[in-house]
Design a protein around this ligand. Structure first.
Ligand SMILES: C[S@@+](CC[C@H](N)C(=O)[O-])C[C@H]1O[C@@H](n2cnc3c(N)ncnc32)[C@H](O)[C@@H]1O
Length: 354
């Protein structure tokens, strides 16, 4: 996925030049919040009205903002939703006029942020997902041992472990020889490969991930590690590219919090499971509501907290999807390690299709 696809080449140059100025960046941040007339920006960075109008013209020429005449006034706003999403993906977030009315990124904007962040992690190597205190010495193996993975498995599958999980869903129940297993948000493939060892060559494992670079990495890992019965597909867990009633076990490790419409994800899980099938889910939930500002924060969204929902709402959505909640617990230490000041919990859930 490439932000440049939105532009032709000349437009790209104009776009980046337009954003390469602190006053214009600040104007854009405010416009992502609300529409404004030029006079609202007077005094910003000690600029007079003529200078502000010149900055707005540059943003207009670059296709970033649009102007609409209302009587004697001209109102400026971000050109359209696609431009808003592009800006969010680049890290240009709304500037607070007032926190209480700050708009949250759109669902599409959240998915673009997620793909951007996890694309970088896939390309640049292991990083903090939801299970570490982000320091320079982050060790994916150490992080995964704390979640209960065996050192032996982690040695064998080191390339597939980026340390992004918040639990060990494959250890929550039986995965038997010959089964078909679906891994939601499969990342570099760790849980998929562990499941592949259990289902054997008569079985099959399918990983689905929304981030192109992750899927490419997982496919490379499958080839290098010799897993011919594991396939990885690019796709959205809100709309799974998987037939109805075709899967025995669904695994999901720290992914559903990143999907804006969790109800849709659980309904998809219910649709693809065979009757009697099981879902083993590790995920981050909230024990208390967080602020709107935290919900709009890119690091918190991609770090598995900004998009998390309240624990009781998560369980309710599972039940409403048609799945039965069979077992529930907590993976101790995960939330506390990375977000000691935030009300987060890593839950482990077993749900079944009747
Ligand atoms: C925190 S990482 C976990 C990766 C993997 N499950 C693990 O434990 O190593 C989240 C993964 O979910 C993927 N993801 C996020 N939102 C998704 C969505 N809506 N559909 C499919 N994959 C998604 C991301 O691209 C990323 O690879």
């Amino acid at each position: 996925m490439c932000i440049y696809a939105y532009f032709m080449q000349d437009d790209q140059v104009r776009f980046f030049k337009a954003l390469g100025d602190p006053t214009r960046l600040s104007i854009v941040g405010h416009l992502m919040m609300n529409e404004h007339c030029a006079c609202d920006f007077q005094g910003m960075n000690k600029k007079d009205q003529t200078t502000i109008s010149r900055h707005l013209k540059i943003l207009d020429n670059a296709g970033i903002v649009k102007r609409v005449k209302e009587g004697r006034n001209v109102k400026y706003s971000i050109k359209d939703d696609a431009m808003r999403d592009t800006l969010i993906r680049m890290g240009v977030l709304p500037v607070e006029d007032c926190v209480c009315c700050r708009p949250l990124p759109s669902n599409e904007g959240i998915k673009l942020m997620v793909q951007d962040a996890y694309g970088k992690i896939a390309s640049e190597g292991g990083s903090c997902g939801c299970n570490c205190s982000c320091g320079d010495n982050f060790d994916p193996k150490e992080a995964s041992v704390l979640l209960g993975y065996s050192e032996d498995d982690l040695e064998k599958l080191a390339a597939a472990n980026l340390g992004l999980g918040c639990g060990n869903p494959g250890a929550m129940g039986e995965i038997e020889e010959g089964m078909t297993v679906l891994d939601l948000g499969s990342g570099a493939g760790l849980d998929s490969f562990l499941a592949a060892l259990k289902v054997g060559p008569q079985g099959k494992v399918i990983g689905v991930d929304i981030t192109t670079e992750m899927v490419q990495k997982a496919r490379r890992n499958a080839q290098e590690l010799g897993f011919s019965h594991v396939e990885f597909h690019e796709g959205d867990i809100e709309d799974l590219p998987i037939p109805d009633a075709s899967v025995d076990v669904v695994l999901s490790n720290c992914v559903i919090n990143l999907a804006p419409d969790k109800g849709k994800v659980f309904k998809e899980v219910c649709r693809v499971l065979r009757p009697g099938g099981r879902a083993y889910i590790s995920d981050m939930v909230l024990t208390e509501e967080i602020t709107t500002e935290q919900r709009a924060n890119k690091e918190l969204i991609t770090g598995c907290v900004g998009g998390a929902i309240l624990h009781q709402d998560y369980l309710r959505l599972i039940e409403e999807s048609g799945l039965n909640l069979l077992n529930e617990g907590v993976t101790e230490g995960v939330g506390e390690r990375q977000y000691p000041e935030l009300p987060v919990l890593s839950v482990k859930i077993v749900a079944g299709k009747p």
